[in-house]
Design a protein around this ligand. Structure first.
Ligand SMILES: Cc1ncc(COP(=O)(O)O)c(C=O)c1O
Length: 492
């Protein structure tokens, strides 16, 4: 039951004076005393009733977020679906999305002033939490000198040098404004480099919304390359073949049939977009070998994992080098910045050095570059990734303990500070496994956590992120909230 600001007076010792007064015969009261007793008990009943009502408001129905509701109604009149990126609409969990007023460290504050412990981290970029003073300072300082020039700047050179040093498979890099641009451009480059047209992606991996990459297909039609979105010409989609993650045989099968036409394999080396799914031992190595055996390039989409699972990304963690790498999210410190890079002879095909066209008005924007440089420098400090691993491990162990304690069927996948909880399944190694999860239970989990002040990604098929701004007490509160939700869930 919720704390209600007016204390309920159950205790006779703190009852009104008339009630407390010693009376010879305790069963005999004056009229005045009887009235005082009536008022006292009526007040108590009213308080209990109001308290119960309020508790139900919080625990059984979506929270009354009136300002968010009004804003959402206004937004839906002018913005398709009321949001500028679909997952923000909470369609898979239901309810009105919380409109956010501000963020500080690990916390988000909605338009009603409610505070949440944030595990969305703007879908990954905010590895240092919200409004880190050093990043804010760099942004302000840089903006005061001019926001964009459409001409090269010293910051871009510094960032390119730093990226190449931190991710050694990248010998040359180009800055762009979004992860979508990075993957789209890397694929164009791979096609130009090999003179082939087809690419292979994995079911459940997301690489932004460029036409040829918006293909995931279901299990039965995995290799047919049907477009996932109207507006993607079937001809484009046919150039994209779909293999199953963690299933080297499905990849080899595609190479057997289409090998001489395949320009590249693109993969999230640790999946984040079907929930977190780590690569099975040997899978990434098998992928590299088969791709290279057929003369195709290997593209690691490290838009999420870059600077997240290790300073040098998943390729450092698993000790493998792709031909091309896509970066984003953390790279821009919360501003619009992404990049693709790799072997010099491939990158030198880009205009103006080579014939492959790629460009952007705001590419390498000075403010985003300054924020990116500040983040990467802070992340380069000793102890960063062991601290993240420590926080992530505490979350995973705590979640597993609660699942066991309350007998809730589910599992937790985690790599470093990326984590997903799946319900109704024992093991998740592929998109098909993830789809077998209980999304209705996930929606209850999401709202249960939100009511208890924890902002988790509003979809089963996303990663939750721990950041360096999460304190031990935030983890403890989150585990308490999960435990309270699990208790409630078991009673259903
Ligand atoms: C792995 C991956 N690649 C590419 C993208 C696309 O990035 P952006 O949203 O910046 O276009 C995303 C976005 O979530 C992603 O998770």
């Amino acid at each position: 039951m919720l704390f209600f600001p007016v204390r309920i007076n159950h205790d006779a010792r703190i009852a009104p004076a008339q009630v407390r007064r010693k009376i010879h015969n305790p069963f005999q009261f004056s009229l005045q005393e009887k009235n005082a007793i009536k008022i006292f008990y009526l007040r108590s009943i009213l308080f209990i009733y109001l308290d119960t009502l309020l508790t139900q408001c919080y625990e059984d129905s979506p929270m009354p977020r009136n300002k968010s509701k009004t804003l959402y109604q206004r937004a839906r009149k002018k913005i398709p679906g009321g949001v500028n990126s679909p997952v923000r609409a909470w369609q898979s969990v239901g309810g009105t999305p919380a409109f956010i007023a501000r963020g500080k460290r690990a916390y988000l504050f909605d338009t009603e002033g409610r505070k949440y412990i944030d595990f969305v981290a703007s879908w990954g970029p905010l590895i240092l939490g919200h409004a880190h003073p050093k990043i804010v300072q760099q942004i302000k300082k840089t903006a005061a000198r001019g926001t964009t020039f459409g001409a090269p700047t010293e910051g871009e050179v510094e960032l390119a040098e730093l990226v190449c040093r931190l991710v050694p498979s990248i010998e040359a890099v180009r800055l762009v404004s979004s992860g979508t641009e990075a993957t789209m451009s890397a694929v164009r480059l791979a096609r130009a480099c090999t003179g082939r047209t087809k690419i292979i992606k994995f079911d459940g991996c997301y690489h932004g919304h460029a036409d040829g990459l918006l293909v995931k297909a279901g299990s039965g039609i995995a290799a047919l390359g049907l477009p996932d979105s109207p507006g993607v010409p079937p001809g484009f989609a046919r150039e994209t073949l779909v293999a199953r993650f963690n299933d080297p045989a499905s990849l080899e099968g595609l190479f057997d049939r289409h090998g001489k036409n395949i320009a590249a394999v693109i993969v999230e080396p640790v999946c984040g977009n079907m929930g977190v799914i780590p690569p099975a031992p040997g899978f990434l190595d098998a992928m590299r070998k088969v791709a290279h055996a057929y003369g195709a390039l290997l593209i690691y989409d490290e838009v999420i994992t870059g600077f997240r699972v290790a300073l040098g990304g998943a390729q450092q963690l698993y000790k493998l080098q792709p031909d091309l790498t896509c970066l984003g999210k953390i790279l821009g410190g919360g501003l619009s910045l992404a990049a693709f890079g790799g072997r010099r002879e491939i990158m030198n095909l880009l205009a103006p050095e080579g014939p492959v066209y790629q460009a952007g008005t705001l590419s390498g924007n000075p403010i985003a570059v300054a924020a990116g440089l500040a983040v990467l420098r802070l992340l380069s400090r000793r102890g960063t990734y062991s601290a993240l691993e420590d926080l992530g491990r505490k979350m995973e162990e705590g979640y597993r303990a609660v699942l066991r304690q309350y007998g809730i069927h589910g599992t937790v996948n985690r790599v470093g500070s990326m984590m997903t909880i799946f319900f109704g399944v024992d093991r998740v190694q592929s998109a098909a496994d993830a789809r077998r999860g209980d999304c209705a239970q996930f929606a209850r989990y999401f709202h249960g956590m939100l009511r208890r002040g924890v902002y988790w990604p509003p979809s089963q098929f996303e990663a939750a992120f721990v950041s360096l701004s999460h304190l031990e007490k935030d983890i403890a509160k989150t585990l308490q909230a999960f435990s309270a939700w699990a208790r409630e869930e078991r009673r259903r």
